[in-house]
Design a protein around this ligand. Structure first.
Ligand SMILES: *Cc1c(COP(=O)(O)O)cnc(C)c1O
Length: 338
C-alpha cells in the first residue's frame, strides 16, 4: 500500500523558525483544517503537542472535537456550536449569523479588510459589537485574513492599514460595550514571513508549518523543508518492446525496449490526473501514460517508489498550488513518522 512519511525533524525545525518570527510558541495557532493539509490530523496534532504548540485552527466542530485533548485553544473557522466545549472559539463570518450563537459562546469576530470572502464589513463593526453584547456572547478576538500576502503588490499593505483602523476602533468599542481586552490576529503563513517585527497576539500558520510555502523570491523561505513524502508500492512489472503503449488511451509509446511497473497511487488516492505523461519523481523516474484511479505506471522496476517529497514540484506540473496537492491526499493512506 502507498504510504506517507512525516519528517519530525523537519517539522520541529520549521516550528523553531516560526516561533522566532512569532516571538513565542504560544503565539502560533497551527492550522489543521483538511486533515492537517493532508498530513493526518491526529498525527500532526500529536507532534504539535509534543513540540509545545497550544493553539490550533480548524474549519469545523467535528475536526475540533477530534483534537480537543491536544490543545488549550481551538478556533473553528466556519461552524456553529453543537455542544459545550471550553476550548473552542467560533468565528463570526457574517453579521447576520450572530443570532445563531447560543449565549456565552466564545466568539472571534472576523472583519473583511479587502479580501471580500468572509467577515463583517468594516462599516458594520459597531453594529456587530452591539449585537454580540445583546446576544451575550463572549467576544475574545477580532481578526482578518489576507488575500494577497503571497504576492508582491500594495494589496497586502492596504489590508494591513485597514486592519490597523479596525484594531483602533475595536479597542474603543470593547470599552464602550464592556468587553475585556481583545486579541488581534491577521497573519497566515505568508503574511507572518513578510512581516518584520510581528506584534500581534497570534498568527494562524498553515502551509509554512508543513514546509511548502511559496513566496515571491524577494522573501527567503528555503530553510523550511517539506514534512511530507509520498511512497507507492509496485503492483506489477512488464517488459515493453519499442512501440508498445501504456495505459488508458494508449497515450505513451515506448521509444525503446524497457521495463515498466505500475504503482499503487492513482487519482483516487490523490495523484492529480493532469500530471499524466508529465511528471518525474525526485529520483528522475518518469511517469508513463495516464494516471488511473488506483495505479500509475513508471519507468522503473523498484518495489517501492518515492513519488514526491515536495508537493510544490507536483503542483508546478499540475499548474496548481501545493495546498491542493496536499489536501488531495486521501485520509486512508497510512501516515508513518520518521
Ligand atoms: C487556511 C487559513 C489560514 C492558513 O493559511 P496558510 O496560508 O496555510 O498559512 C489562516 N487563516 C485562515 C482564516 C485560513 O482559512
Amino acid at each position: 500500500m502507498a504510504f506517507i512519511t512525516l519528517n519530525k525533524n523537519n517539522f520541529f525545525n520549521i516550528l523553531d523558525i516560526i516561533s522566532k518570527r512569532s516571538k513565542a510558541k504560544d503565539k502560533i495557532a497551527l492550522v489543521l483544517k483538511d486533515n492537517a493539509y493532508g498530513h493526518g490530523l491526529l498525527e500532526v496534532a500529536s507532534l504539535a503537542q509534543e513540540y509545545g504548540i497550544s493553539r490550533a485552527v480548524v474549519q469545523s466542530v467535528a475536526e475540533a472535537k477530534k483534537i480537543e485533548d491536544f490543545f488549550e485553544y481551538i478556533l473553528v473557522l466556519a461552524d456553529f456550536p453543537k455542544e459545550k466545549s471550553k476550548k473552542t472559539r467560533y468565528t463570526i463570518n457574517d453579521i447576520k449569523t450572530i443570532k445563531q450563537f447560543p449565549k456565552n459562546t466564545k466568539v472571534e469576530l472576523k472583519v473583511d479588510t479587502g479580501m471580500h470572502r468572509n467577515g463583517i464589513a468594516m462599516s458594520e463593526l459597531e453594529a456587530a459589537f452591539e449585537m454580540i453584547k445583546k446576544q451575550e456572547l463572549r467576544l475574545e478576538a477580532v481578526f482578518t485574513h489576507h488575500g494577497c500576502a503571497d504576492e508582491l503588490g500594495e494589496f497586502f499593505d492596504l489590508q494591513n492599514r485597514n486592519f490597523d483602523e479596525v484594531k483602533r476602533s475595536s479597542k474603543e468599542l470593547a470599552k464602550k460595550y464592556g468587553f475585556g481586552e481583545l486579541r488581534f490576529h491577521s497573519c497566515n503563513s505568508a503574511a507572518l514571513f513578510r512581516t518584520e517585527n510581528f506584534d500581534e497576539d497570534m498568527a494562524r500558520v498553515g502551509i509554512a508549518a508543513y514546509g511548502c510555502m511559496q513566496l515571491p523570491s524577494a522573501f527567503d523561505e528555503k530553510a523550511l523543508k517539506p514534512v511530507l513524502s509520498l511512497f507507492a508500492k509496485k503492483i506489477s512489472s512488464r517488459e515493453l518492446k519499442k512501440g508498445d503503449r501504456v495505459g488508458y488511451g494508449a497515450t505513451y509509446t515506448a521509444d525503446k525496449d524497457c521495463v515498466v511497473s505500475s504503482y499503487d497511487f492513482g487519482y483516487g488516492d490523490g495523484f492529480l490526473r493532469v500530471c499524466s505523461n508529465n511528471y518525474s519523481t525526485p529520483n528522475n523516474i518518469k511517469l508513463l501514460g495516464r494516471i488511473s484511479m488506483d495505479n500509475s505506471s513508471f519507468l522503473s522496476d523498484e518495489n517501492e517508489l518515492l513519488i514526491f517529497d515536495d508537493a510544490r514540484v507536483v503542483a508546478r506540473e499540475a499548474k496548481t498550488i501545493g495546498y491542493e496537492v496536499l489536501t488531495s491526499l486521501k485520509a486512508d493512506i497510512k501516515r508513518v513518522l520518521v
